[in-house]
Design a binder for this molecule. Structure first.
Ligand SMILES: [Fe+2]
Ligand SMILES: [Fe+2]
Length: 139
């Protein structure tokens, strides 16, 4: 099953919505590539490296942008939200580390990307990011 972006995930802040969407698009793109690379170990390795590079790099950028926005509006849950972001980056690094060092297979990787990262992101958007835009709109 593909974990996709859906319009009900929009929080109404265009830049943030675009970034969220991009994470789903790119992650699914790489998952598709990885599936196609089954019989090509060199390609597979390179796509997995690119996937992890994308995830670590893009999540950091996205979280920084989101945190800057919260600071700009003196968002009261800023510290709490920042901590959640920080822990999640650690989680991605952990998945990456354990994939390369603990001899996991591709099914493990697919599971972690979908059921850990993308499911987490959906949940985080609905429960946390949405509160930022609600707060900003009230200002
Ligand atoms: Fe967030
Ligand atoms: Fe976000």
């Amino acid at each position: 099953m593909i974990i996709k972006w859906s319009d009900d995930l929009n929080i109404g802040i265009e830049k943030i919505d675009q970034q969220h969407k991009e994470i789903f698009t790119q992650s699914n793109y790489f998952l598709k590539k990885i599936k196609e690379d089954k019989d090509n170990p060199a390609e597979l390795k390179s796509n997995i490296e690119d996937l992890f590079y994308f995830l670590t790099d893009y999540f950091v950028t996205h979280f920084n942008d989101e945190e800057r926005l919260q600071q700009k509006y003196n968002y009261p849950r800023y510290e709490q939200h920042k901590k959640v972001h920080h822990n999640f980056i650690e989680r991605i690094n952990q998945i990456k580390y354990s994939f390369w060092n603990e001899d996991h297979d591709i099914d493990y990787l697919k599971h972690e990307i979908k059921d850990e990262i993308l499911v987490w992101l959906k949940d985080h958007i609905i429960k946390e990011d949405r509160l930022i835009s609600e707060y900003i709109k009230e200002q």
